[in-house]
Design a protein around this ligand. Structure first.
Ligand SMILES: C[S@@+](CC[C@H](N)C(=O)[O-])C[C@H]1O[C@@H](n2cnc3c(N)ncnc32)[C@H](O)[C@@H]1O
Length: 94
């Protein structure tokens, strides 16, 4: 996960995970020195993620317990990103 964060994040950048779960991405991002913004709907997972991420000691972190709702333009943008990623993974850039 640390490798993936480094691969897609510019130096000094911030990783955004709107579906944080237990916070593995957040922990990796903060350990690599990136900023991190995370959202999680489930209280139990949120508490675990918060504890794991904050224990790294990187101050450039914002985590919140909330429900992400994808509608309208944000849903369209999200679908576009997913489609692009799927094409890249399948080797189809058309
Ligand atoms: C597979 S986990 C994500 C793992 C995480 N990205 C990591 O790095 O470990 C997916 C999480 O998304 C959360 N989730 C699902 N729908 C959500 C929503 N609408 N808003 C916020 N969190 C949501 C679930 O509670 C679950 O914990």
């Amino acid at each position: 996960m640390e490798y993936l964060c480094r691969l897609i994040t510019p130096p000094g950048g911030t990783v955004f995970d709107p579906f944080m779960g237990s916070g593995s991405t957040g922990k990796a991002a903060t350990e690599e020195g990136f900023g991190f913004i995370g959202i999680e709907i489930d209280k139990g997972y949120f508490e675990i993620a918060k504890q794991r991420i904050e224990s790294v000691g990187n101050s450039d972190v914002v985590v919140g317990k909330a429900k992400v709702r994808l509608t309208g333009a944000s849903l369209g943008a999200f679908k576009k990103v997913i489609k692009k990623q799927l094409k890249l993974q399948l080797g189809d850039e058309s």
